[in-house]
Design a protein around this ligand. Structure first.
Ligand code: 4AD
Ligand code: MG
Length: 440
């Protein structure tokens, strides 16, 4: 058994990113896991990996303190170590500098080797990787993906805050369905039945009464029956709602938000983007807009037989996405195909002021103008087979004057699939949840 050291009063002074020849002669304390040990005659090269990259520790027999020479004999890869030493510039080390150690602490050992290499080679299927996700995340590719996700989420908040939207958090345990009953997760709430929120829909609409422009970035839950590459049971939704505007205005906000996010990722994530071997394409504004009826016409010409009023199937959208691979909106959906809160057109109530934002064949956002009349909302609930009584807590607010409003929900995970050009939503979600997966 290897005797371990305590972290004690040691603290990291530099990460691998800070190390460079300009710090020649400086005392440093670095920490990380040992990613390789190379013994070459009297010299041992220890490669230390931390969150930012790698640093080389060079141990020279006869020069290094006896304690260090002893301790490095006990080292295996994946051991967690802290090293105190002096930086020495050398062209042979990864960052143009190596650490000549003066003291070392072995903070923990690894008793197992990962079932696949962190550095490349053949990878097992995604399920095997997800089983040990946090270890898997030491690989360069997923690290690049989650660096981009961090920057993308920050860009979204930045754009919306700068444009006068207030960030809010709404409850995730709720009393009634907003997006259709089939995909609802029931939970036991004390002695009552409640549900996990499928979206912050009703809360964000209500909040337009007081804050007018709001957004939320938070989890939403869908009990999706089938396991696909684009559906999860828990996702992060970017929800936006605004008073005194229509769907046309929020479509313009949404496309600017998408544009700003892609531009920010392209500007701030050059290394991560390079690691993924992709190019972030900045789309041109405005995005193309097709009505639902126009999409049907184009699909009919391509041999598809979807009838007016029917949902656009995955196969149909695959076809359409092949013709139009970039971002585009589909607007003016049949009212019956959209949720109760979407506003039907006044002069043509069978069509609604609803839109989806597509990236090729992938839907990344849905939105629309909302119903702001209590009478109409009650009628719409009934038309969709829902009981207005179940929505009393929502409907009663309309008695106090609800401004006209519109908004959208943009799935962050789907958006990340588009940004990183990943086919499987699980690659861009840290700990995905689906019908077959509840751990880790
Ligand atoms: O299209 P959805 O269901 O629309 C709403 O939730 C509305 N309340 C939005 C609104 O403001 N009108 O969900 C919005 C987006 C989808 O376009 C998709 O990007 C994502 O959320 N989404 C999912 N992503 C992955 N897996 C799932 N199971 C998803 N369900 C929705
Ligand atoms: Mg939708």
């Amino acid at each position: 058994m290897v005797k371990l050291d305590e972290l004690g009063d040691w603290r990291r002074t530099h990460t691998s990113l800070d190390i460079g020849p300009e710090l020649d002669g400086q005392e440093v304390t670095v920490m990380g896991w040992v990613s390789s040990i190379r013994r070459q005659g009297g010299i041992t090269f220890l490669i230390l990996q931390d969150k930012d990259g790698v640093a080389q520790v060079t141990i020279i027999k006869g020069k290094a303190p006896e304690k260090i020479l002893k301790r490095i004999d006990e080292l295996t890869t994946h051991t967690i170590v802290a090293v105190k030493g002096k930086l020495k510039s050398t062209e042979k080390a990864p960052q143009g500098a190596e650490i000549i150690p003066e003291d070392i602490r072995l903070l923990n050992t690894a008793t197992r080797n990962p079932p696949f290499s962190i550095f490349g080679g053949k990878l097992p299927n995604i399920d095997k990787r997800l089983d040990i996700r946090s270890l898997e995340l030491r690989r360069p590719k997923p690290r690049a993906i989650f660096k981009i996700r961090h920057v993308a989420a920050a860009a979204v908040r930045e754009f919306l805050s700068n444009n006068g939207y207030l960030e809010v958090q709404t409850p995730k345990i709720i009393a009634s369905a907003t997006e259709g009953g089939a995909s609802l997760f029931p939970v036991l709430y004390y002695d009552k039945e409640a549900f996990l929120a499928q979206s912050p829909q009703l809360y964000k609409e209500q909040l337009t009464m007081c804050f007018e422009k709001i957004f939320e970035v938070g989890p939403v839950f869908r009990a999706e029956p089938s396991r696909t590459l684009r559906h999860l049971a828990e996702i992060i939704s970017i929800d936006v709602e605004e008073a005194y505007v229509s769907y046309l205005d929020v479509m313009s906000t949404l496309e600017q938000l998408v544009h700003h996010t892609l531009k920010t990722v392209a500007d701030r994530c050059t290394d991560a983007v390079k690691e993924l071997g992709i190019e972030v394409k900045i789309p041109r504004l405005p995005f193309k807009r097709y009505t639902y009826s126009e999409v049907l016409d184009i699909l009919h010409d391509a041999g598809d037989k979807t009838a007016w009023g029917e949902d656009l199937s995955t196969a149909a959208m695959k076809k359409f996405g092949d013709i139009y691979p970039g971002f585009y909106f589909i607007t003016d959906w049949p009212t019956a195909s959209k949720p109760f809160y979407i506003k039907p057109k006044t002069d043509k109530p069978e069509i609604s002021e609803a839109f989806d934002l597509m990236a090729g064949s992938l839907e990344i956002s849905s939105g629309g103008t909302r119903v702001s009349s209590k009478r109409l909302l009650t009628k719409r609930l009934k038309e969709q087979g829902l009981k207005p009584r179940m929505f009393e807590y929502h409907l009663k607010l309309f008695d106090y004057g609800m401004p006209p409003h519109a908004g959208f929900g943009l799935g962050l995970d789907r958006f990340m699939m588009v940004i990183t050009q990943e086919e499987n939503i699980r690659e861009v979600t840290l700990f995905p949840r689906d019908r077959l997966r509840l751990t880790p």
